[in-house]
Design a protein around this ligand. Structure first.
Ligand code: ADP
Length: 638
């Protein structure tokens, strides 16, 4: 029996495997890179071993460092998670050779299924997409074969994964260029430029089947997963049962998956991927010889723990005596939370996480640290809802997405909500082109008045009573924020009892604040809690509909600001105060001399960037100052 298991992975999947191990009574060892030193998954493991620098080749792909970590901690088993080394047959071999239990299928099976071309050639009586899987890799042969298949065709890397090395080709004149591009990408990503051709299926669905196989040759299917909501050929929403299958189609597709598992004597958990044509025909695409990102959907619908079964199977347990539900007992749906901006081509986003919290109403698999780094996949978490019906599961997922708080990076939570709310999605009528066809779902709405007000009041809370003290008490305090090209002034007039009148675009709002975190505001009688955090002048605000980054606009006149004069109230460099020309309360005009700082054997004149009144001096003559510190407060005149 396994007593201690090392997880050769990171993030949410590491954290998820740790949870099952704890439930089974198995100690865990996490491995981590520099970037992940403060990540949740490292803290939740029983032990953790540093394996190298942040770039994956130096850590999570470093076989030697991982095996050394296993031997130093006396781990007796290794779970590869998904991605990284999970489908490298030579890694599985090395793990087994080191005397560890490998949580996965036999290395030969990983190698066979890892080559889409060989996999297809090896299978019998399984429907395949019409295509070319031959050894002859010359352009002329591909041209001839593509003509036979008829355009459009798809060029794929035999070793491909994650949508890389893949090209859709509409006509013969584009084929050579696509072959060249796919070869280059495949060589770069997989070290193998072997290609294959497939007929490009129009408006297809991606349906996959979860299988489990034991060492006696018994293979079972645990239903299908519908994974057609994709961007850039990568899944973002998955569910089971698929709204597209009737029960006889479901039976047929599951039987095909079990047949594949039996033909290759598959052991452990695996996924057989199919493509479903609008006419109901399905074809084998490829097999993933590992746990999938979207496995929780099956867990939610079938009430099973797939990681626990992976471990039991690796320990030699037989599936024959087990009773699994014959079909899904509930509808389950997962959404993947990515640090990316749907409105700019799903560009990944990196940055410091100022705040992150998830709803406790549904299952959330996450493993965040303090920061989102450029080294790894931008997936941050998965939210999984299960309920008796599809509509209820979707509603629960939508609610949890609306509750999620993630400030400091751009993310796709609000976009996911818009997909869930789309009538075609709600009706279950979609295919893999859904997102491309629905460009209107990509962009967030413009900030509402609540967003502008919440940001202004969050800044007011941070500035404290000072903000008013400095202000002329009979005039409202003014804050200006910008969102893209839009700029808004928010005027705030205080009354008694934390009540204010705020004006935005000539509209007045009665606002009341409450001393809570996150900021609690009552606007015209409606109380709301909006998470707001800032990093310098960037203010992150989240609503259920969107998350925004607003820029605080300094009250200094634009011309003055552009001339860099704002800095003249700050020390330009480390030095010593040699002269002070003004005293508190004094009125000064723009460009009047305020102070002189000596630094690097030169005198620097600090002059007034605008007309105003000197409020406070922060230094005396003779004191030394650091670079960038505020030398004095100057209140602008009206
Ligand atoms: P990868 O291994 O890179 O993920 P797959 O072969 O699994 O590549 O395909 C990924 C996605 O690409 C599928 O889910 C589907 O959306 C699309 N796709 C793959 N093959 C075809 C095809 N022959 N016709 C149309 N779409 C396809």
């Amino acid at each position: 029996m396994i007593r201690k298991l090392l997880i050769a992975n990171r993030g949410e999947i590491s954290a998820r495997i740790i949870r099952t191990c704890r439930a089974l009574g198995i100690r865990t060892v996490a491995v981590y890179s520099d970037a992940d030193a403060n990540a949740d998954f490292v803290k939740s493991a029983d032990e953790a071993v540093y394996i190298g620098a942040s770039p994956a080749p130096q850590s999570y792909l470093n076989i030697e460092a991982i095996l050394t970590a296993a031997s130093r901690t006396n781990a007796d088993a290794l779970h590869p998670g998904y991605g990284f080394l999970s489908e490298r047959a030579h890694f599985a071999e090395a793990v087994i050779a080191a005397g560890l239990t490998w949580i996965g299928p036999r290395p030969e099976v990983i190698a066979l299924m890892g080559d889409k071309r060989r996999a297809k050639l090896a299978l019998k009586n399984i429907p395949l997409v019409p295509g070319y899987n031959g050894d002859d890799q010359s352009d002329t042969t591909f041209q001839a074969e593509a003509g036979k298949i008829s355009y459009p065709v798809m060029v794929k890397a035999a070793a491909g994964g994650g949508g890389r090395g893949m090209r859709v080709v509409i006509s013969a004149s584009d084929l050579n260029e696509a072959l060249e591009g796919a070869r280059r990408e495949a060589l770069q990503a997989f070290g193998d430029d072997t290609l294959l051709l497939e007929k490009y299926i129009e408006r297809p669905r991606h349906i996959e089947v979860q299988i489990l196989g034991d060492s006696s040759g018994k293979v079972i299917a645990l239903g299908e997963r519908e994974c057609s909501i994709q961007r850039r050929h990568q899944k973002i929403i998955e569910e089971t049962p698929s709204p597209a299958l009737n029960s006889s189609q479901r039976e047929a597709i599951c039987a095909a998956a079990v047949s594949i598992g039996e033909q290759i004597r598959y052991t452990n958990a695996g996924t057989v991927e199919f493509i479903l044509e609008p006419n109901g025909s399905f074809y084998f695409l490829e097999m993933n010889t590992r746990l999938q990102v979207e496995h929780p959907v099956t867990e939610g619908a079938f009430s099973v723990d797939l990681v626990a079964w992976q471990i039991r199977i690796a320990e030699g347990e037989s599936l024959s005596q087990q009773i699994f539900p014959a079909q899904a007992q509930r509808h389950a749906i997962e959404a993947r939370l990515y640090a990316e901006d749907p409105a700019s081509g799903f560009l990944p986003s990196t940055g410091t996480l100022l705040k992150a919290s998830f709803s406790d109403t549904i299952r959330v698999d996450s493993g965040l640290g303090d920061e989102v780094f450029p080294y790894y996949d931008p997936m941050l978490a998965k939210l999984i809802a299960a309920a008796p019906t599809r509509a209820e599961a979707v509603r629960k997922l939508d609610y949890a997405l609306s509750q999620l708080v993630l400030l400091g990076v751009r993310h796709n939570a609000a976009f996911l909500r818009r997909v869930l709310a789309d009538p075609e999605f709600a009706a279950g009528e979609f295919d893999t082109g859904f997102i491309e066809r629905h460009a209107e779902l990509l962009a967030d709405p413009q900030p509402s008045s609540t967003v502008w007000l919440a940001t202004a009041f969050a800044k007011l809370q941070g500035d404290g009573a000072n903000a008013f003290w400095r202000n002329n008490r009979y005039r409202p305090l003014k804050y200006t924020f910008a969102y893209g090209d839009t700029q808004r002034d928010i005027l705030i007039m205080p009354h008694a009892d934390s009540r204010f009148t705020a004006t935005l675009d000539q509209q007045e709002f009665a606002v009341r604040t409450f001393p809570e975190q996150p900021l609690s505001l009552e606007i015209d009688g409606i109380r709301c809690h909006l998470p707001v955090e800032h990093q310098g002048d960037s203010w992150w605000v989240q609503t259920p509909e969107a998350s925004y980054r607003l820029g605080w606009v300094s009250p200094l006149p634009v011309g003055v600001k552009q001339s860099g004069a704002q800095g003249s109230l700050l020390s330009p460099m480390p030095g010593q105060v040699v002269k002070i020309q003004v005293e508190p309360g004094q009125q000064v005009n723009k460009d009047d001399l305020l102070m002189v700082i000596e630094a690097m054997k030169m005198e620097h004149r600090i002059t007034a960037p605008y007309d105003g009144q000197v409020a406070k001096l922060h230094f005396e003559v003779g004191q030394s100052v650091q670079s960038g510190v505020k030398l004095l407060d100057l209140l602008p005149s009206e």
